[in-house]
Design a protein around this ligand. Structure first.
Ligand code: NI
Length: 259
């Protein structure tokens, strides 16, 4: 996939980009089957890699916003998709020749019950002692509309610092984060067709609405970036220090039993 000069400039100025036809129709069908199987089998649950992004993630309670980290660990065939080469080409064109692919995750918004993913910056989830230049390629596996939870971006927000975040609803059991005390009236909705994608920088402020439609909204997200650089000053993300999400405990237990 060859980006135009205008597309590269748009990304650099706005911190996001919409691209058409990244994934071909046959691959969408194939990915959807894998995707639905991983959620149905609760892949990654025991390792803390499948959890409720927007709720306290209690056992036996239906998730408001099911998420799987590293789905390709549970379905390695995802790595062989033709769309991966196109995604890598996008990463290299936007971030340069030292950029690599950085893993994947999946966020499922169930029909009618899937809640919003509140405004956030992805970097707010990460280790604050590093500087990042990375992006996410957000790939819906069906049409993404305002009704089912397409992406919204705040243009130019990739140039802002990391704003104050907290766990969603100010509940430290919740993995998902939200920006505190801000609204973004200049945000832009990006409804796209199946096979299209959006790209956003690690600091771009973004959001997806609740799924009020009758179809599930499946999204697969691929990361890419240059190697993070250690900061020479202390930076802290206190919202992560106070988090007590059940997934962290499952992750610890799994690591202990593996070692
Ligand atoms: Ni995000």
């Amino acid at each position: 996939m060859q980006l135009t000069k205008d597309q590269i400039e748009f990304y650099e100025n706005n911190g996001y980009l919409v691209l058409r036809s990244l994934v071909k129709p046959d691959e969408i069908v194939w990915l959807r089957e894998i995707y639905d199987r991983l959620f149905a089998e609760r892949a990654g649950r025991e390792r803390g890699e499948q959890f409720d992004l927007a709720g306290p993630d209690e056992e036996g309670v239906e998730a408001k916003l099911p998420q799987i980290l590293n789905p390709s660990r549970y379905a390695p065939e995802i790595q062989n998709g033709r769309f991966q080469a196109a995604a890598f080409a996008i990463v290299r064109q936007l971030l340069g020749e030292t950029a690599e692919m950085l893993g994947d995750h999946a966020i499922f918004k169930p029909a009618r019950t899937g809640v919003e993913t509140p405004w956030h910056q992805d970097e707010a989830y990460w280790d604050p002692q590093f500087e990042y230049n990375s992006l996410s390629i957000w790939i819906p596996l069906q049409e993404a509309t305002i009704q089912n939870g397409c992406m919204w971006f705040v243009p130019g927000s990739h140039r802002s610092d990391i704003l104050i975040h907290r766990s969603i609803g100010n509940d430290p059991r919740v993995h998902g984060l939200e920006i505190v005390g801000r609204t973004f009236p200049d945000a832009v909705a990006c409804p796209i067709s199946a096979g299209d994608c959006t790209v956003h920088h690690n600091r771009t402020i973004h959001y997806t609405g609740p799924n009020v439609s009758d179809v599930p909204r499946r999204a697969l997200i691929l990361g890419g970036g240059t190697p993070p650089k250690r900061l020479n000053f202390e930076r802290r993300f206190p919202w992560n220090e106070i988090k007590v999400a059940p997934r962290q405990m499952r992750e610890q237990n799994a690591k202990q039993s593996e070692s």
